[in-house]
Design a protein around this ligand. Structure first.
Ligand code: ACO
Length: 322
């Protein structure tokens, strides 16, 4: 019998402070109109000093555990996908583990920037199939506001902070084909210079700031995302007509539209939260997933495609029957 990773609960968390485009335009040389037209973003949440990547991750995890009707002690694997950890080490996952009161389970971080949550899903899927985990908490959590150059209007208007968490549980497939059906991840390090942080412990001994060539990233994103979605559908033995919802990385409404158009998907099938959350990197897919599950759009039995692309470049897609 096939052992599968099924979604047993989701949760999310946002910082207390919301910053609208108009408010941002008081501090940065930009306008609500420019941001809205180019990106679809109207607001974003920005973490205060006491709100860390770990605290957002902990809040999102508690909500996911509650939705799954589970205790922290039921969890035997915690993975945090983040590019903005609390510290260079130890892994933010170990802080989450301690705060939840789980002692002893496997806990580590995954660094694949905006694709980090998808990479973590594939790791959990493999570990559950291999009998190395039974109930896993997979979290995307970021405080990108800490690595933005607030003098660079071409990047600082695009990002926000937040966290999303999913409990994935092992279940023997009873013939209903529920859970993660296929995952495909890719990376191409030749594109390092198109999206990166200009610092790090081993280079500058500083944290650094985000740098991006937006136009080139856009071009690669549309091609890579459409390709990897097709590839993952083929792995699952499904076609585009089988998809109920696409839950994409929320980078930019125009990337979402262009990718959906390239594949021939309807705009109504795409979960969009970039307008309210902006780009929250590894948190964006689980935040969007939790939003659409809680507002009743995504229902049990629906077939979802989760997809993301980020710095590296890294990109990937996961097909799940919810
Ligand atoms: N406010 C006002 N004007 C601005 C702003 C701003 N915030 N930023 C740039 N401009 C100006 C530029 O100075 C330029 O002016 P000029 O023509 O007088 O020189 C003009 O707007 C056009 O600038 P471009 O950078 O060419 O604008 P473009 O149409 O390419 O849009 C954007 C920029 C929105 C970043 C777009 O390239 C994009 O969406 N790229 C994808 C980036 C992305 O989503 N990355 C994340 C994916 S991966 C990840 O999530 C980490």
């Amino acid at each position: 019998m096939t052992r599968r990773a099924i979604i047993s609960g989701t949760g999310s968390a946002l910082p207390r402070t919301c910053v609208t485009n108009e408010e941002l335009a008081e501090r940065v040389d930009t306008t609500d109109e420019w941001i809205r037209e180019r990106t679809g973003i109207t607001m974003r949440y920005i973490a205060e000093h006491d709100e860390l990547t770990s605290t957002l991750a902990i809040d999102a995890s508690r909500r996911a555990l509650e939705a799954a009707n589970m205790q922290a002690s039921d969890i035997d694997l915690i993975i945090v996908a983040t590019a903005t950890p609390d510290q260079t080490f130890p892994a933010t996952a170990t802080k989450v583990q301690a705060a939840l009161g789980n002692h002893g389970c496997t806990a580590f971080d995954v660094a694949a920037v905006c694709s980090g949550f998808l990479y973590a899903m594939q790791v959990v899927d493999s570990m559950i199939r291999a009998n190395s985990a039974t109930n896993a908490l997979v979290i995307g959590s970021e405080t990108f506001s800490r690595i933005l150059d607030w003098e660079d209007r071409t990047t600082c208007v695009l990002f926000g902070d937040g966290a999303g968490a999913v409990v994935l549980s092992a279940q023997d497939d009873a013939g209903d084909n529920t859970g993660i059906l296929a995952c495909q991840m890719h990376a191409d390090g030749r594109h390092h210079d198109l999206l990166y942080v200009d610092g790090g412990p081993s280079t500058t001994k500083t944290v650094g700031k985000l740098r991006m060539k937006g136009r080139e990233v856009f071009r690669h994103a549309v091609v890579n995302l459409a390709e990897v979605m097709r590839e993952t559908l083929a792995q699952a033995g499904l076609s585009l007509a089988d998809i109920d919802w696409v839950v994409p990385h929320q980078a930019n409404a125009r990337i979402l539209d262009a990718t959906a158009r390239k594949l021939g998907l309807k705009a109504e099938q795409v979960v969009v939260t970039v307008d309210k959350h902006a780009n929250t990197s590894a948190a964006s897919v689980p935040l969007a997933l939790d939003t659409a599950i809680r507002d009743g759009r995504i229902k049990r039995g629906d077939i979802l495609v989760l997809e993301a692309m980020g710095g590296g470049f890294t990109w990937g897609a996961c097909i799940v029957r919810y």
